[in-house]
Design a protein around this ligand. Structure first.
Ligand SMILES: [Zn+2]
Ligand SMILES: [Zn+2]
Length: 167
């Protein structure tokens, strides 16, 4: 029984982290935290970008969960495991398949993975703080819906929204 509970905690932490990351991306990174995130929406030189600091912050949260969890709060240890697993999934999908920052041997396969990649490319179609679509990393909406949303944002924002979206 304990094993099942621990698995549920890990899965719950992965799902919870996607919701949390979506909210942080939409409201913090594209808000007050744009100073760090902008580097990810513009071309930068070198291996690292300022935006990677967010990954460092999230890793510290996961590390804190492991530390506190190993001092008696074992459920928190499994939360830390879920956060770490999310970090791995994020790394594979976002840094590997979408941005090709990791040496990945193959392209996205399967309908869902292709949708994830396309959805995040649409997120990057806009280079501005405002007007972006698709803020999730391991869950994405239907690409047609996202394209429609982006076009709507473009017509609302006018010329102030710079996008790569083909008309
Ligand atoms: Zn963004
Ligand atoms: Zn990205």
């Amino acid at each position: 029984m304990t094993v099942l509970i621990n698995i549920a905690i890990v899965i719950g932490a992965v799902i919870g982290m996607e919701v949390f990351a979506w909210a942080i991306h939409k409201y913090v990174m594209h808000g007050i935290g744009w100073g760090w995130h902008e580097s990810h929406h513009t071309e930068t030189d070198g291996i690292f970008e300022k935006n990677d600091l967010y990954a460092v912050v999230f890793s510290c949260i996961a590390a804190a969960c492991f530390i506190v969890g190993s001092m008696g709060q074992s459920w928190l240890w499994y939360v830390g495991l879920g956060l770490t697993l999310y970090g791995v999934l994020y790394g594979v999908v976002h840094d590997g398949l979408v941005h090709r920052r990791l040496p990945f041997p193959r392209k996205a396969r399967g309908r869902y993975m292709k949708r994830l990649v396309q959805a995040h490319r649409l997120h990057h179609a806009a280079h501005t703080k405002e007007g972006c679509v698709s803020f999730g990393f391991i869950w994405a909406q239907d690409v047609r819906k996202l394209k429609a949303e982006l076009k709507e944002n473009m017509s609302r924002a006018g010329k102030s929204l710079q996008t790569d979206l083909a008309e």
